[in-house]
Design a protein around this ligand. Structure first.
Ligand code: F6R
Length: 260
């Protein structure tokens, strides 16, 4: 796990976009794992900017969302299918047919979850997964207590997450109770994960998953077992890290050839 402490959101977005750009140049049909929520938005802005300005090409790329709400009517503006379309895929030249979200409106949810796992496999697996982290340490919507080996499935949101996400819906009462999320086992199969966290409200979760025990009570801690996990944080989100000076020193003295 590499922790990189950066001065602000635009630096984080630029480093994450560098990694995605390098991947696409090396492998134009790369499979991108797409998070929603507010953390990845600056990355999507930066990718859209590079597409417009430098012609960064997504025409052969694939995208898989991490998760989706259950029970929102199709086309609901807060469904993650719509959020990803609005914030990212409509702004670059990725083909709509290659962008997938779990089907939160499926009549048979377990079958939809299985189909999602199969679709990821058929695309060759996720090359680079973007992640945010919840204040309770969730990644995807793997709430505390999620099996570290879990696959795509339905989960019940914890009330704290519903309150955190009320800002997107207007009222907590409108935030669904259920979601479909890639499991921790699914996320762990991505070849590279880049987790971004900004703001003091994430400081405790970042400390817990980076420096605490690997435990289902803090789902993101499973990333300690990932062979290639990059954690990009701003100063506020890094403020509870015990080894912050060491992470800074390591990054400042990193061999140039290593990349992220
Ligand atoms: C979103 C997702 C969640 C968010 C997390 C942080 O697809 O899976 O894990 O990344 O809730 O959300 P923000 O970035 O809004 O603080």
């Amino acid at each position: 796990m590499e922790v990189v402490i950066l001065s602000g959101t635009s630096r984080i977005a630029s480093l994450a976009a560098d990694a995605i750009e390098a991947l696409l140049r090396r492998k134009p049909d790369a499979v991108l794992g797409l998070a929603t929520g507010s953390s990845p938005l600056p990355i999507y802005d930066e990718l859209a900017r590079r597409h417009d300005k430098d012609g960064l090409d997504f025409s052969q790329a694939h995208g898989f969302a991490l998760d989706e709400y259950v029970g929102l009517e199709p086309g609901h503006e807060q469904s993650y299918r719509e959020v990803i379309r609005r914030e990212f895929t409509d702004r670059v030249n990725i083909s709509e047919a290659k962008v997938h979200t779990p089907d939160g409106a499926a009549a048979d949810i377990p079958a939809a979850c299985e189909a999602y796992e199969e679709a990821i496999k058929a695309a060759g697996g996720v090359d680079l997964q973007i992640l945010g982290v919840g204040t309770d340490g969730h990644i995807g919507f793997n709430e505390p207590g999620s099996s570290l080996a879990s696959r795509t499935r339905i989960k019940t949101l914890i009330e704290q997450t519903r309150r955190d996400n009320a800002r997107f819906f207007g009222s907590v009462n409108d935030v669904p109770h259920h979601v479909i999320t890639q499991g921790l086992g699914t996320i762990m199969e991505a070849r590279h994960v880049i987790l971004v966290a900004t703001g003091a409200q994430k400081a405790q979760a970042v400390h817990n998953f980076v420096e605490g025990p690997v435990s289902a009570i803090c789902a993101a801690s499973v990333l300690q077992m990932h062979p290639h996990a990059t954690i990009l944080v701003d100063e506020a989100a890094a403020s509870s890290l015990k080894l912050a000076d060491y992470y800074r020193h390591s990054y400042d003295n990193k061999p140039a050839w290593q990349g992220l």
